[in-house]
Design a protein around this ligand. Sequence first.
Ligand code: PEP
Ligand code: MG
Length: 598
Amino acid sequence: MKKTFDQKKDVVLMRGIGVSSGIVIGKAHLIASAKSDVLPGDAVPVCHLDTSGVDGEIHRFREALKLSREQLRKIKRKLAKEERVKEHIGIVDAHLMILNDQMLISDTISIIKKQRINAEWALKAVMKGIKELFDGIDDQYFKERSSDVEHIVDRILVNLAGGKHEKIEDVEEPSIIVAHDLSPTDTAQMGEGNVLAFLTDIGGRTSHTAIMARSLELPAVVGLESVTRSVATGDTVIVDGMTGAVIINPSDSVIDVYEKRRQRYKKYGRALRHYRSLPSETTDGHRVKLLGNMELISEISSLIDHGSEGVGLYRSEFLFLNRKTLPTEDEHVAAYRHVAMKMSPHPVVVRTLDVGGDKLLAQVDGVEEANPALGLRAIRFSLKHTDIFKTQLRGILRASSYGKIKVLFPMISGIEELIRAKDMLEEAKQELTSEGLDYDAAIEVGTMIEIPSAALTADLLAKEVDFFSIGTNDLLQYTLAIDRVNEHVAYLYEPFHLAVLRIIKSVADIAIKEGIGISVCGEMAGEPEHALIFIGMGIDNLSMNAFSLLRVKKLVRSVSFAEAQEISKVVLGFSTARQVEHYVSSRLSAFYKEEYWS
Ligand code: PEP
Ligand code: MG
């Protein structure tokens, strides 16, 4: 179909970090999220007013309240029409009640008057007081209301700033979402909606938002820095999720070029299906197991459809996100049992909760951390909140009697932490035994190797586990000291850095020597040029998103194990990432020739 465009508008070409391939030509929809420039978290601007400005400020505040009420009523009407979501009307009612709360309104007005200060600042101050009050009450109901207050205040703040407060699920037309930032939770909601692709100002290649986009096969470009200032809702936009190119208001001829490219991409995807049922083995018969990474239960069918030989990484934290209460033990059992049964007889590696960093848990009050990536994340969180951890471990164990489930601990930094996690697992086993509940007593236990301290003590960790799973996303973040969600340091994301290759080689050597399982489940596993090196190192389990499965299988079937071993050996002799890249590209030239962009 021929796309039209608005000739009067300037054509803008931007380049960001292409994090999920695919080409989309469509209309932009700008979302002002709670994380946008319009609303920079706690840092609302402070403006001192003249006496004459006070009334105007109060009026501005009242108008924002009015608009917020109208928006909520509109959402309520929409919900009432849909049977599936009717039950959520109660949440909107609760928000409307908060919006009419006299304390919120009159206290804000009183601060504006007394301190002659802007409405945003006054409102934030009132919210802080209400939150402290609610948080001080030891009751789940009030804790939930506390986050409701925050949502409402966010809405009012966006309206004060003249921004549109729209949620992704409100988008009515098939659109390309443009936002300052999107959380992994936002992205998880895009699977079934009207979202064709998304663009963000910030973000990095291995952020969980990017990973989620790849899982949903949703083209995405992040780290564009100013896309929210360059695009307006309704603009025609081309997104190339592979190269990171974004063209705003393209000419007809450019649209034609990309339309052809889009067709090529689709054809390439269809051609890859040929590999679906072929064995994953090299030309000299070496088997390499290709497994899938998953975040949402709904991804399981796509993994099966792409020929996955099991789930190498189930990021269980997504069970905790997008909801107000913590999952119960039975909910854990139901989720893992479902996946294990669907995947049977293949294994499913359930990784215990990995929150913190760029995935925040709404149900538990977090402390504001200056360095979230180095903070209370993953196993550290679980070992602090042992009730949450135990519930999950019991759930995983109970589900293990229905299929081949393995348990994996994230962000292990050393032996003591690993032993504490294993002790908790043992405790959970004993509880289940005494309650007469079934589980796989021989359940395999693994540790992620994603922190340099774990890699450097891999020989010690190997004695405690059945397998290692190398998380290259975090291993790169912590080895190269680059924040994986920060676009400003994304240029340093260097998978071919010799430090990375050496560290992975040493972990693989230890696992092989100790006779335990070894896999890579970070994003590198799904890139043919990296997978090739891992195979040569003797890593025979690679876990990745659905789309990469067929591409990597094509690679596996195009080389011999001997060749891969030789290539791995040669690259470890280089000194720069660039040399490695050139060498590997030259060895893969025949493979690349058949890629859709060549
Ligand atoms: C990793 O760090 O490589 C990994 C697989 O875990 P996550 O991306 O969920 O942190
Ligand atoms: Mg990780």
